[in-house]
Design a protein around this ligand. Structure first.
Ligand code: F6P
Length: 478
């Protein structure tokens, strides 16, 4: 590893100075008039070929505005950016999070028998604790950001399997906690306080209020990398986190305890196994058939060469309604950066604004803009075979975006220009294993884009100033 945290053998040419970048820019220029419809007309096998498969899911990217040449140039860019070496360094646990001098070893959390001893010990303790929850009727999970969004998504997605109700409170607004406690009894409530730092204002405020509400009854379990602070707070049990796990990559750690306790250890094991399947696919599949790599490179193409400023995730399953919020932190906190690994201001766009919603509900809200607005918004459709009607609607939306309708007989306000790119991620079915696989795919997408954009995807210094200013303002007002 070099002093700037670049793996020894990784090339380190800034992306916009890579030969492939110039070729991609020229290719984007030359193919500006080429439409998705034309790409299909020119290659009748496109629909079958522009598909990549991983365990439990398939990525259909045939409705992206790109052909074989563009894809080859993107793969060349990944090679010029030393992608394979960076991927090796990630899985080897090298300190690629240079500004915090840490590794990013979230994959070790789901490595099964190959997991570090402390990970296995913690999983065993999580299972033990979950087996000792007789009489607990509600779990109240307190945390924010990565200490909330993952377990909240998993508990909501698989709620029908829950044997204990879980409610989440993340906001500083006391109403959030009040609603999480409403109707519960202290004696039959387990409060889970998840905070890697155990310094987060929102979580500590909610934890103090919840502890007061318990009045010495009930139980408090803390999940943190700051054991002494949690002990001082009075947590009966502390499950460890480690500095080599980023908050937004921590679902697989003890941060997922509430999901394990509510859904069962087997379900949590399946979630880990699905993510581990994706880790193997990410490490082994050739770039042109590698789902996370393709998601990443198509994102770079849309942002850096087609000029898209946002990216929309449309989850065509009610159970995945919280997926866009989860991905917002994952991708925007990872790659919402303007300075590269060498401390230079980047001369190219990095992460787009990620947003989204739940299909078909979103069709009756913002799809008007997706179809006829002036902003071209690349989209991911997530389908899970929930129902033929739901899948048909997702397919229809993707077709309308790609091919539009330019019938001159229609008045202008009814025409769709089309040529709006999208990918469809199809889960074989929505279960814990495939959910794990899907989330790991997006983690590796974010990592791969960070490599292409030469930025550190594992720190988040930009969140600190606002916290300091809020503390200062509070002091002046108290
Ligand atoms: O403020 C952002 C952040 O640090 C996220 O990166 C993190 O997931 C969240 O706050 C919560 O932090 P903690 O788990 O330390 O309470």
């Amino acid at each position: 590893m070099t002093s700037s945290g670049v793996p020894a053998n990784a090339a380190n040419t800034p992306p916009h100075e890579c030969a492939a970048w110039a070729k991609l820019a020229a290719h984007a220029d030359a193919s500006r008039e080429e439409s998705i419809a034309q790409l299909f007309a020119d290659d009748p096998r496109r629909g079958a070929q522009f598909v990549a498969r991983a365990p439990g899911l398939a990525l259909d990217y045939s409705r992206q505005r790109i052909g074989a040449l563009g894809l080859r140039l993107l793969e060349q860019l990944a090679a010029e950016r030393g992608f394979a070496e960076w991927r090796r360094a990630l899985f080897a646990g090298e300190r690629i999070n240079t500004t915090e001098n840490r590794a990013a070893r979230h994959t070790a959390l789901r490595a099964g028998d190959a997991a570090p001893a402390e990970v296995k010990r913690t999983l065993a303790r999580m299972r033990e604790l979950a087996a000792q929850l007789a009489g607990v009727r509600r779990i109240v999970h307190l945390g924010t950001g990565g200490s909330d969004l993952g377990p909240r998504l998993v508990c909501d997605a698989l709620a029908e399997q829950a044997r204990i109700e879980v409610r989440f409170a993340a906001n500083l607004d006391p109403l959030d906690l009040a609603r999480a406690l409403a109707g519960a009894e202290p004696a039959s409530t387990l409060v889970v306080v998840a905070s890697k730092t155990f310094t987060t204002q929102e979580t500590l405020a909610n934890a103090r209020a919840a502890k007061a509400w318990l009045g010495g009854r009930g139980r408090v379990i803390a999940i943190t990398a700051n054991e002494s602070a949690a002990r001082a707070f009075g947590a009966a049990e502390v499950l460890p986190m480690w500095d080599w796990v980023g908050g937004r990559y921590s679902l697989w750690s003890a941060v997922g305890f509430s999901a394990l306790a509510a859904l069962g250890a087997d379900t949590f094991d399946a979630l880990l196994a699905g993510a581990s399947d994706m880790d193997r696919h990410f490490q082994d599949a050739p770039l042109e058939k590698n789902v996370p790599v393709l998601l990443a490179l198509l994102g770079v193409w849309n942002v850096n060469f087609l000029g898209a400023a946002t990216h929309c995730v449309l989850a065509y399953a009610h159970a995945l309604r919280l997926l866009p919020a989860y991905l917002q932190q994952l991708e925007m906190e990872s790659n919402g950066k303007g300075v590269d690994r060498e401390g230079r201001a980047v001369a190219y766009a990095t992460a787009p604004v990620l947003w989204g919603g739940e299909g078909t509900v979103s069709q009756h809200s913002f799809h008007q803009l997706l179809h006829q607005g002036t902003q071209v918004v690349p989209a991911d459709f997530i389908v899970a075979g929930v129902s033929p009607e739901l899948d048909a609607n997702a397919e229809a939306q993707a077709r309308a975006l790609a091919f539009g309708t330019d019938d001159p007989a229609l008045p202008a306000h009814r025409r769709h220009r089309g040529n709006r790119p999208s990918s469809t991620l199809r889960l074989e079915k929505l279960d814990a294993r495939n959910l794990g696989c899907l989330l790991a795919a997006y983690e590796h997408k974010a990592f791969t884009q960070g490599v292409i954009w030469n930025i550190n995807s594992f720190d988040q210094w930009g969140v600190e100033l606002g916290k300091r200013l809020a503390d200062g303002i509070l002091k002046t007002r108290s």
